[in-house]
Design a protein around this ligand. Structure first.
Ligand code: F6R
Length: 602
């Protein structure tokens, strides 16, 4: 989704703003813009399309200035165009503003402002904000910003530039992330940590309702009542190289390769004397005292959550419900103080997941966030938090974050309910797991060939039973989002109830067959598709090899593993398949069409 960058210091702001925008590209965008204060005036450029287009257009202009703001826009209100891009300016071009989020009552505010003589140049909700600030301005910009935000309904992270205060940026946030970075005599603002990594690790997270005045000497943060807040700085421990391609052609490929080290980082610090320990969190008490557990997430994180349903319900003997955040928040589920709601999110900023957290808290349920981003809204707002330690995930399509989410859920299970030999076996397996994942990661060539063979298919079907169905769903999601091939995943037992009608000569069916108790059942389903002419690619375990070798056109064999670990090994071939199918079809892996990394609006 949209990205924000801001700089004030002694250096030329423009290269820093452009570099920041490039670091934010991964969030997904369709236009970009910058504004700087130069010679007492605001000068700006905004362009539809890639940042390179903006770069070309600023090259001819001398946009020099030591304080500025930048934005990548992912269109919601108003088509992608130069005019709708940010920054938006007051009509006299004295004030410039960039905004992430949605101003829900913009139409009403726009009407009121029009009646007062304001003239609008774009179709966006954002432009209303800058006019509203302009309308309220009578010498005190921060008061004008606060007043405008009081009247605006919806979500926002904003940066405001005022030509009368040429070294200062005013920023504010509600339901959309904003981070202030402190350098040496210079300050930065960004919607996301990777944009700040080349410059500083010392950051301040702005909370909802807060406003800040950022000047090169530092930031002053105020709460919604205007009271000054003294916030402790947080030191980011992400490595800059983790947010760069490091010789890989795409972040997606790099991040698939980072799966094994990400698993190590997530598992090993929690292994203590043959047990699994989450410091500062009594996970057993939290899980075992609940009468019902919800796991709430979107997209890939939802698929990771689904895998836990199969392993947790069996052990905990309580209902585990896994729900899409966009559904959960509106369906009024029964929640009480005995309910535990687990929110699973790589970014920790997904709007629906955050709204579900608020909904659960308001209903008195206990909450636990599992997220990859320290300082994210989810991490700060939930009662408890567990971090997946995947490192920054830049590729829009999630890969290593799925692995670490699945393993976090498994660690919670093992820590709370395994004892004796079962615990020892699990800990031994966990110790070996990153190396087993590495073995699968090394096997990319076979999958590359399959992608070459099948990349021109119009439809591809994934099937699985039990936990394999949850894994199949992730395989299909990955394939459709990267290659734009229509892909669907079915619970294999459902085929005969409808989907088998789709199977025709040479359809490709990818069958997940890793669960020994269901080998016979899935074998029957695979045969049903083969007899109707389908080609089959079976992903199975060593112990399944014999069973499935004769009924597959292609077979990928992974190590035998307990069901809480199998999704980790089984998903990697499907991640590669999606990656290489995308390359074969000539699309941009790291920038899939219409998608954004962090979905911060509903
Ligand atoms: C798919 C993908 C998305 C995200 C979803 C949730 O590859 O990345 O489906 O998984 O948007 O995002 P987070 O985990 O940040 O809440």
């Amino acid at each position: 989704m949209c990205g924000i960058i801001g700089y004030t210091g002694n250096k030329n702001a423009l290269p820093i703003l452009i570099d920041g925008l490039e670091k934010l590209e991964y969030r997904g965008y369709d236009s970009a813009g910058v504004a700087v204060v130069s010679g007492g005036k605001i000068r700006f450029k905004k362009r539809k399309g890639r940042i390179d287009v903006l770069k070309d257009s600023v090259r001819s202009d001398n946009l020099t200035g030591t304080c500025g703001i930048g934005h990548t826009r992912w269109a919601t209100h108003g088509e992608p165009s130069d005019q709708n891009s940010h920054p938006h300016l007051s009509l006299d071009q004295r004030i410039a503003l960039v905004h992430n989020g949605i101003i829900e009552n913009y139409a009403k505010l726009k009407d009121q402002l029009k009646r007062l003589g304001h003239r609008f140049l774009s179709d966006t909700d954002t432009e209303v904000l800058v006019h509203l600030i302009d309308h309220h301005y009578s010498g005190d910009m921060i008061a004008a910003v606060n007043q405008a935000l009081l009247e605006a309904e919806g979500s926002y992270a904003i940066c405001v530039l005022d030509q009368n205060s040429p070294d200062r940026i005013i920023c504010a946030k509600k339901d959309s992330p904003l981070i202030i970075g402190e350098g040496n005599g210079e300050m930065f603002i960004a919607s996301d940590i990777p944009a700040l990594l080349p410059y500083t690790r010392k950051v301040y997270f702005l909370e909802d309702g807060e406003t800040a005045i950022v000047e090169k000497s530092g930031a002053q943060i105020f709460d919604r009542y205007g009271k000054r807040i003294f916030r402790k700085a947080y030191t980011v421990d992400w490595d800059i190289s983790a947010a760069e391609k490091a010789g890989y052609p795409h972040f997606m490929l790099k991040e698939i390769h980072e799966g094994a080290p990400a698993l190590k980082r997530t598992i090993f610090p929690r292994l203590k004397s043959g047990r699994i320990v989450f410091p500062d969190l009594d996970i057993k008490e939290l899980l075992c005292s609940a009468q019902k557990i919800f796991i709430i997430a979107c997209g890939t994180a939802y698929h990771a959550g689904l895998t836990a349903k199969y392993t947790w319900e069996r052990e905990f003997k309580i209902p585990i419900e896994v729900d899409l955040a966009s559904e959960f928040r509106y369906r009024d589920p029964y929640l009480s103080k005995n309910t535990l709601v687990i929110l699973l999110s790589q970014s920790g900023e997904t709007a629906d997941t955050l709204a579900s957290l608020r909904h659960a808290k308001a209903a008195g349920a206990k909450t636990l966030a599992i997220t990859n981003v320290v300082g994210s809204s989810l991490a700060r707002l939930a009662d408890n938090v567990i971090f997946t330690l995947a490192g920054p995930e830049i590729s829009v399509a999630a890969s290593k974050s799925y692995l670490t989410q699945v393993i976090c859920l498994a660690l919670m299970l093992i820590s709370s309910s395994f004892t004796g030999q079962k615990l020892t076996d699990a800990v031994n397996f966990l110790t070996a797991l990153p190396d087993l994942a590495q073995l699968v990661i090394k096997e990319q060539d076979q999958i590359k060939k399959l992608a070459h063979l099948y990349h021109s298919k119009k439809d591809i079907y994934f099937i699985g039973r039990g936990i394999d169905h949850a894994i199949a769903l992730e395989g299909a999601l990955k394939l459709k989002e990267l290659s734009y091939i229509h892909a669907d995943a079915y619970a294999a037992g459902e085929l005969k109830h409808g989907p088998i009608a789709l199977i025709e000569d040479s359809s490709l069916v990818i069958a997940l067959a890793t669960y020994p108790q269901l080998f016979d059942k899935i074998a029957g389903n695979i045969m049903e598709t083969r007899t109707r002419g389908a080609k089959t690619w079976v992903i199975t375990t060593k112990s399944g090899y014999k069973r499935f070798a004769d009924m597959s056109d292609h077979i990928t064999v992974i190590e035998d593993a307990p069901d809480w670990a199998i999704p980790i090994l089984a998903v990697i071939p499907m991640q590669y398949f999606a990656y290489y199918a995308c390359i074969e079809r000539g699309f941009d892996v790291d920038k899939p069409r219409n998608l954004a990394k962090s979905v911060t609006v509903e």
